[in-house]
Design a protein around this ligand. Structure first.
Ligand code: SF4
Length: 94
């Protein structure tokens, strides 16, 4: 199985420093939880990833990265794509 989460982390562009990737709590977890695809609209599909993100020491950096790059897929910083879009809409409207 391709480790989508690890690949996403490894493919991150070299912006804003990437030191935080070393401390990502998701590195040793089930990657499909962060990139579940569109198979289900059940909001519980994010529960596993969100729980791990909740205890991650680099959550703020991860979320900042996803917002800055407008990442469209996956869970970053404990927020799913729709939650991040809501933040970006508010940010863009300000
Ligand atoms: S906040 Fe979540 S997605 Fe981001 S590095 Fe931490 S565990 Fe991974």
């Amino acid at each position: 199985m391709i480790d989508k989460r690890q690949k996403a982390l490894d493919d991150l562009p070299s912006i804003a420093g990437q030191w935080w990737r070393q401390d990502a709590a998701c590195r040793d977890h089930w990657p499909e939880a962060w990139f579940p695809g569109d198979k289900s609209n059940d909001p519980r599909r994010w529960d596993y990833a969100r729980a791990v993100c909740g205890g991650c020491t680099v959550r703020a950096q991860c979320l900042a990265f996803a917002l800055d790059t407008r990442e469209q897929h996956g869970m970053f910083g404990g927020l799913d794509p729709e939650q991040r879009r809501a933040i970006l809409r508010k940010r863009d409207a300000a």
